[in-house]
Ligand binder design. Structure first.
Ligand SMILES: Cc1cc2nc3c(=O)[nH]c(=O)nc-3n(C[C@H](O)[C@H](O)[C@H](O)COP(=O)(O)O)c2cc1C
Length: 250
């Protein structure tokens, strides 16, 4: 297997860090890798805000719902959906920004933010760092907007921790649903999905138990626990305050 595939197939979220610093040269490469990710229409509607100030990283850990592992990261990178840049481009042509006030615009920004964070994390891991994607910042989006001084037409979609992994704390690759219930031939196969869910519930249970984490919920319980409610109820409100509208109309 080639080293790229080996890295991708072994990836896992890392939540224990030594406290050592991410080297400035490495961080620059990591940010460049994120920037080289594709963006819809080459609009580059993603920006990164890099937080290195430890007191601010602690604040972000609190904003994210009190996630202690975030506080111990050396760097926190917020991935921002950014139509402020597009607006600056459009100001050159005298046109009005419409797309950020549409469902399509919100979807495009979210997709591009996700692609960017993946490139960022892959680059960081290739340099020996550990990362975890943090969606928890959307539990209090306004606090992130204030902390990072985000202007209109921008939104803190998610973030990533980066740090030197503490290898004294073991981490393991988390299993996934069976490949055939994830990647389907020609048409969507609901039966394979249903079978995959049942099998995965058992597989994930075994995996947690093998790590001694017997109290961790398995797949069905965990999914139900999150998806039986809107767990981040301030997203629509804060999107609107930033100038976004989820609509098909201009
Ligand atoms: C969009 C997104 C948001 C996430 N938010 C959090 C988070 O706030 N806190 C956290 O500890 N992990 C978070 N995760 C990490 C997932 O829990 C993790 O990817 C999943 O459990 C699979 O584990 P693995 O990454 O180790 O394979 C997030 C992942 C994604 C893709």
């Amino acid at each position: 297997m080639n080293p790229t595939l080996e890295q991708i197939l072994n990836r896992r979220s890392i939540r224990n860090f030594t406290g050592e610093s991410v080297k400035a040269d490495d961080l620059k490469l990591i940010l460049q890798a994120a920037q080289q990710a594709p963006t819809s229409i080459n609009g580059q509607q993603v920006s990164l805000v890099v937080t290195r100030d430890k007191s601010k990283i602690k604040q972000i850990a609190e904003i994210a719902g009190g996630q202690p592992q975030v506080a111990t990261a050396d760097v926190f990178v917020t991935v921002v959906i950014d139509y402020h840049r597009a607006q600056a481009a459009m100001a050159e042509t005298g046109e009005d920004m419409v797309i950020s006030r549409s469902a399509e615009g919100i979807l495009v920004g979210s997709v591009d933010a996700g692609i960017a964070v993946n490139a960022l994390q892959t680059a960081a891991e290739s340099l020996g760092y550990g990362t975890t994607t943090i969606g928890g910042i959307r539990s209090n989006p306004q606090a992130m907007i204030d902390l990072l001084e985000l202007p209109q037409n921008t939104y803190p979609a998610l973030g990533s921790t980066i740090g030197v992994p503490d290898n004294a704390v073991p981490s393991a690759v988390k299993p996934r649903v069976a490949l055939e219930s994830f990647a389907m031939d020609e048409v969507y196969d609901a039966q394979k999905v249903a079978q995959g869910v049942k099998q995965y519930d058992l597989d994930l249970r075994k995996w947690w138990d093998s790590l001694g984490l017997t109290e961790m919920p398995s797949y069905t319980a965990q999914t139900a626990q999150f998806y039986n409610k809107v767990y981040f109820p301030k997203v629509a409100q804060s999107l609107e305050q930033q100038g976004f509208v989820f609509s098909d109309e201009a």
